[in-house]
Design a protein around this ligand. Sequence first.
Ligand code: NAP
Length: 295
Amino acid sequence: MPEPLFRRLALIGIGLIGSSVARIARERGDIAGEVVATARTERTLARVAALGIADRVEIDPARAVEGADCVMLCAPVGAFAGLAAAIAPALAPGAIVTDVGSTKQSVIRDVGPHLPAHVQFVPAHPVAGTEYSGPDAGFTTLFQGRWTLVTPLPDGDPAAAEKIAELWRRCGSMVEMMEPAHHDRVLAIVSHLPHLLAFTICGTADDLEDESRQQVLKFAASGFRDFTRIAASDPVMWRDIFLNNKDALLEMLARFVEDAQAMSRAVRWGDGAYIEDKVERGRKIRRSLIELKQA
Ligand code: NAP
């Protein structure tokens, strides 16, 4: 078996994403010699210990990162500034600090200033997930065939970025390097806006009078059901994503509202060709996704 990439990997937050990384590291053996995990609550750490997916658990994040040559932030992005401040004094010289956050410019803004000069910071985002959360939700094939976007800093060490890229390849992921601002715009349209629409449509349905709401649940299979799966995601995580990718999300939402207005006009004036054209474009996008094996 090849040498592990890292001697000790510290996972700061161990829910769906962190526990998937921990499980893969345990199964493969070539990612980290040792995995240390921390979380916000003792309850989660007790669960992690029971699952046996980390070598050690620590409630204090600063203790968790001691002696680690890789530190991965796997908590909601709104907690990153506080966590970075808490771990900074305990980071080992030469350590690589990375993250899995769904926004990248905010993470660079919130984490970067706290880190000492003797560590490397390599922001990253595995674009894979489910609507479930917590350490029980993780599984070893989560990143298989999915993309991880690595957004290295211009003045960072390319060798550190390559090590993080290799970590994700060993997790089964395909890797692409990307500018942080570009990442945030792309994710706003492919992930953040669809989630916003799903949360909103569920709210709209829930506001209906009692009788209609019952019918929504009964006949959900006609389309509503797929929105409810997306809308089942963790509220804190999504609150943090929306607030930390504000500009790109609002831009994509404005475009969407414009297009929705155009569709509404087509419906009002009976413009069947317009409606057909939009449905056809939707089908094409679905077919492309299937061909790219990302459906
Ligand atoms: P999750 O299942 O809800 O787990 C979050 C973990 O972070 C838990 O262990 C939680 O501990 C811990 N945590 C929360 N606040 C903390 C704090 N202040 N200090 C220390 N630990 C804290 O979340 P997830 O789905 O794995 O997401 C983690 C990160 O990955 C987020 O930044 C998210 O944007 C990103 N991401 C998520 C997905 C997805 O689909 N879920 C996909 C890609 C990237 P407790 O359990 O003790 O509260």
